[in-house]
Design a protein around this ligand. Structure first.
Ligand SMILES: [Zn+2]
Ligand SMILES: [Zn+2]
Length: 185
């Protein structure tokens, strides 16, 4: 929050106090969270491997399979990140990033004991967010377990509905954060 406030002061010449900035952000209903727990399996394994062998993560061993495979993995995601950045400024079509939010349990109200022991409704949210956010609007497809589940057919139907909703666009590029081998779309 502090870094965001400093950035707005520098970049947009905002002249508001840290306290007011926090209040305004709170009013927009945006919350900040640490994404550290979303580390992928390969990166997590390599991090533990480095810790247990006392090796720096940028100093890999040429005759260790784990080091080599994680380097290959790193090259892959760096290249993907570059392509993603390039796509975010392209104008020849629609470029979106698709993601399924982690399962939402409703009602979402942790402070009352009565609710903690209540049966919950499982809800899903698949979003398609334009890489260049200033022009296009994001799409969110929300459903719950009484409507449908989370099988590949359910996920595919969000892609279908997204393509129907965007309508007459010549070229649509969809970025996914899941493994290509699992991507059954
Ligand atoms: Zn990784
Ligand atoms: Zn190694």
């Amino acid at each position: 929050m502090k870094a965001m406030h400093q950035n707005s002061t520098l970049q947009y010449k905002f002249n508001i106090s840290d306290e007011l900035y926090r209040k305004v952000v709170a009013r927009t209903n945006i919350s900040l969270s640490n994404l550290g727990h979303e580390e992928c399996f390969v990166c997590g394994t390599f991090r533990i491997h480095c810790k247990s062998t006392g090796r720096e993560q940028n100093n890999i061993s040429e005759d260790c399979d784990l080091c080599l495979s994680s380097e290959k993995h790193r090259d892959g995601y760096r290249k993907a990140r570059e392509e993603y950045k390039l796509d975010s400024v392209k104008k020849d079509g629609l470029y979106v990033s698709a993601d399924l939010q982690k399962v939402i349990m409703l009602p979402r109200c942790e402070m009352f004991k009565e609710i903690i022991f209540m049966p919950r409704l499982i809800a899903f949210n698949e979003t398609f967010v334009p890489l260049e956010t200033s022009k296009e609007i994001p799409y969110a497809f929300i459903w719950h377990e009484a409507t449908s589940g989370r099988s590949k057919d359910d996920i595919i139907s969000t892609f279908y509905n997204f393509l129907v909703a965007v309508g007459d666009v010549e070229r649509v590029t969809i970025w996914l954060d899941n493994c290509a081998a699992q991507n059954e779309n």
